[in-house]
Design a protein around this ligand. Sequence first.
Ligand SMILES: Cc1ncc(COP(=O)(O)O)c(C=O)c1O
Length: 372
Amino acid sequence: MKLAQRRQQIDSSGIRKIFDLASKLKNPCNLSIGLPDYDVPEVVKESAIEAIRKGQNRYTLTAGLPALRERIKQLYADRGQPVEDVMIASGTSGALFLAFLALLDPGDQVMLPDPYFVMYKALPRFIGAEPVFVDTYPDFRLRREALEAAWTPRCKMLIVNSPNNPSGAVASEEELRMVAQFADEKGLVVLSDEIYEDFSYDGAAPSLGRFSDPARTIVISGLSKNVAMTGWRLGWVTGPKDFILALSDIQQYSFVCAPSVAQAASFAALDYDMSAVRADYGARRDTIYNGLRDLGYSVARPGGAFYIFPEAPNGDGEAFVRRAIEKELLIVPGKVFSERNTHFRISFASSQEQLRRGLDILGELKREFAGG
Ligand SMILES: Cc1ncc(COP(=O)(O)O)c(C=O)c1O
């Protein structure tokens, strides 16, 4: 079948090669997964089952259940970061896609700090917009010079993702203030993807929404990561009223609404106390970071999410990952998330035992690739 040119915007061949190799392994140490290693909490499941039984199985209003929109508005108000309006979307991915559709015209450019979550590069291209990359290596910090170097007069939007996938970096207040100031000067819309907000190990991750002009600020988040509802597809977008109205109109003609049952169960999910999970994942972060550092890897300490992004000892992330897979360790080459092929991503959403097994293999690989 002759497919649209748009299809070429997604290059999943690299990652598919890895998964093909991985599918042949008998007992892999899988540190490649981008979701928590626990199931949806019982209270949330019960709430969904009750909603189904009560008949909450129909379309909801396009923008989401009014009570849920209010609950999320309240969540931001309680943090001292009031938002004008909220729309419920089919996952954070659905929210991102709609936001790009609503804001970008063909030829517009989107500034992406590199490394980046894969969709930020692919989705704007679907609509003829272009990503431009802002270098954050080697410590994955946002710097004014790098923003200046990447900016062109065609830039319309700047994306910030903190805590970050794939680096685990949590942007500081100073970085976010600098970004907000830069966006002000250039008249950019800022889109802050905060889906990993509950996984921040050294204090709460500050939100860009606290520092940037509300008239040009979009904050996106959701429930896929914290309560492990990845398959339930629940995300949200906050922003100015006119923008949320545009988004709802596009949602009406595409996704229609976010899944009704997931919306009904979101109240229980939003009430769920994440402190035990956070402490547990914080300990895993320490195991993997300390382990890699002691092995001599060049690596930045992640403050959040459940990823760490070390440099491959020979500087070739893909070759390193291929060899790791031969040794039954599943990790992801950095070039999936970057214009560089120098790093690799480890997910520490795995047991301490698996992390230690992974570190043993990474120790062997370090000796093999760097001679010691
Ligand atoms: C940074 C980031 N944003 C968005 C998403 C998409 O999440 P959702 O399941 O809500 O669509 C992911 C998932 O891996 C992610 O890492």
